[in-house]
Design a protein around this ligand. Structure first.
Ligand SMILES: Cc1cc2nc3c(=O)[nH]c(=O)nc-3n(C[C@H](O)[C@H](O)[C@H](O)COP(=O)(O)O)c2cc1C
Length: 199
């Protein structure tokens, strides 16, 4: 949907311009080899001390795993996410192999999800991350050990028709994506002092 293409001020990769987080999926299953590539992309993410703290629990529509993940979503997300053919949980191991705290765990998990998102984007597949779910319940349902944290639930699929959505969700689906300008996030000298890169 061209309305969702980033209105970028400087050139960026097509996968970054065209990625967005849809709420309408068309229900078409995702081919196994594409799912393999998506999680392979996550595998090659950099991580602190190469600990690779990411873990994923993946459910395809019709499976018990899918149903259980869906049951943890807040009502707002249940309104749309169940059109996705795949739901998965993104989980971080909070500990180092020596038993200490891995302070980079969530950072690295986020990078892994970013990588898989762009791999998906290159394959014409869309990813929508969700913080709106009960992560304690998700951990309980899937016997996730205490030293792991369930960070997000994620919907994956091919884009669908916004018409299938509830009225106010439909509006969000067809409105342009907004971002503050790059110079508002990129500083030099002191925090908050805009970098001259963007002058
Ligand atoms: C960690 C995280 C949690 C999110 N939680 C939700 C959510 O619970 N429900 C939802 O509809 N969208 C959720 N989103 C999607 C964001 O709202 C979306 O990425 C943001 O508005 C930017 O839109 P874009 O991804 O289309 O560029 C979440 C995104 C992230 C990264």
């Amino acid at each position: 949907m061209t309305i969702k293409t980033a209105k970028n001020d400087y050139p960026i990769l097509d996968q970054l311009r065209e990625r967005w987080s849809p709420r309408a999926f068309n229900g078409q299953p995702i081919e196994k080899e594409k799912l393999q590539s998506i999680f392979e992309a996550a595998r090659w993410t950099p991580s602190a001390s190469n600990i690779q703290p990411w873990r994923f629990i993946v459910g395809e529509k019709g499976s018990e795993t899918y149903k259980l993940i869906a049951s943890t979503l807040v009502e707002f997300n249940q309104l749309w996410a169940l059109t996705a053919p795949v739901l998965f949980l993104a989980i971080a191991n909070k500990t180092t192999p020596k038993g200490g705290t891995n302070t980079a765990a969530l950072y690295d998990l986020g990078q892994a999800v970013a990588n898989l998102t762009f791999e998906a984007s290159a394959l014409g597949i869309y990813v929508h991350q969700m913080g709106g779910f009960d992560n304690t319940e998700a951990a309980r349902l899937f016997d996730v050990p205490d030293n792991y944290t369930v960070a997000t639930a994620i919907a994956v699929g091919y884009i669908g028709d916004p018409e299938i959505l509830h009225e106010n969700l439909k509006k969000m689906e067809i409105s342009p994506r907004e971002r503050r300008k790059a110079h508002e996030s990129v500083f030099t000298g002191k925090f908050g002092q805009a970098s001259e890169i963007f002058d």
